[in-house]
Design a protein around this ligand. Structure first.
Ligand code: FE
Length: 339
């Protein structure tokens, strides 16, 4: 089975990367994706192409600062990170370069890539509404409804310093305008059950502990708790129900994970081959099977735990446009005192 997959992958990747497949070379990967399961993505690429991946992992902002400090001498070939706001930060910091790849243009939907080809999305997570089903009779069916006074004292959310929060608000601005976004943010703050704190899993744990009744989190944290034992969550996970927001309107906000080729990449061709490989059927399947994410390439099969979340409408707003609203989003967070 394993051999079968490898041969298929070899064929796919050879087709993608052409001449580079046969050459034993290096690829220096800077990654802030913090998932152990990504190992498989890297080893399959090496097996198929003979290209060795040297990996440096760290916090996204530290990696970007490091690339800036290294400048023209930076060994970085590829930067992988999560969230549109970080990808945009990397672009604006000048550590990525525009690349020309027909494969990436064709495989990655246009709304999930930078308009100047500095970054491309490879996997997505739906940022959706979760609620305690025994305590919430009428859950909010869209993001704007989270600000409804009927939910006063019920909502848990992450802090405004978190990139997921920033990109969600930037997308509310894109879809509903600045005024509506400001009113919304102020209303959500009024509905907080507690000051913003913790990560996505902590928001879900708050629903179990009773600290709050409604929260927002990325789908993969919930899918992971269905698949493996996450403390304070998995044992009582049947208490939690979820809504894919705005099914009749813009759809669920999709959080993007992606990357780009480093501005001074010494192994530029390998870097492009690697990004192209991430859009191959094999790699796309693995984003779902390994880390409970949604593939960006349409039609790729979902893992069981991800499929369990159900079908939904994904917001197809252009994330490159959403990224332009990030400074305005930060301003609004400050104005409404969203901690
Ligand atoms: Fe995350």
């Amino acid at each position: 089975m394993r051999r079968h997959i490898s041969l298929a992958l070899l064929a796919a990747t050879t087709a993608l990367s052409g001449a580079f497949a046969a050459q034993a070379q290096d690829l220096n990967l800077y990654s802030s994706r913090h998932y152990d399961t990504d190992e498989r993505l890297y080893s399959d690429f090496t097996e198929a192409t003979g290209i060795t991946i040297n990996r440096i992992e760290g916090n996204a902002d530290e990696l970007i600062a490091r690339m800036q400090a290294e400048g023209a001498n930076s060994p970085a070939d590829v930067l992988l990170t999560v969230d549109t706001s970080r990808l945009q930060r990397a672009k604006e910091a000048g550590v990525l370069q525009a690349i020309d790849s027909a494969t990436l243009e064709e495989r990655v939907p246009a709304n999930l890539q930078d308009s100047d080809n500095h970054w491309f999305g490879f996997s997505q997570r739906a940022r959706i509404i979760f609620y305690a089903k025994d305590r919430v009779e009428n859950p909010p069916m869209d993001y704007l409804s989270l600000a409804d006074p009927q939910y006063k004292g019920m909502v848990c959310h992450r802090s405004s310093s978190n990139v997921y929060s920033q990109t969600l608000l930037a997308s509310v601005i894109e879809n509903h305008g600045v005024e509506a976004a400001r009113d919304w943010a102020a209303g959500v703050v009024d509905n907080f059950a507690r000051d913003p704190e913790g990560g996505d899993t902590d928001q879900l744990r708050g629903l179990i502990s009773g600290q709050c009744d409604i929260s927002i989190a990325n789908s993969y944290y919930f899918a992971r708790a269905l698949r493996t034992d996450v403390s304070g969550l998995s044992a009582d996970i049947e208490q939690i129900e979820w809504v894919f927001p705005a099914a009749d309107a813009e759809g669920a906000h999709m959080n993007l994970s992606g990357g780009g080729v480093a501005a001074n990449a010494p192994n530029r061709d390998n870097a492009i081959a690697f990004l192209e490989y991430l859009t191959s059927e094999q790699a796309q399947v693995y984003f779902s099977a390994g880390n409970d994410e949604f593939p960006v390439v349409p039609g790729v099969e979902l893992s069981e735990s991800v499929a369990k979340l159900g079908e939904f409408k994904a917001d197809d707003v252009n994330l490159s446009e959403v990224a332009k609203n990030l400074p305005e989003a930060q301003k609004i967070f400050n104005e409404v005192s969203w901690k």
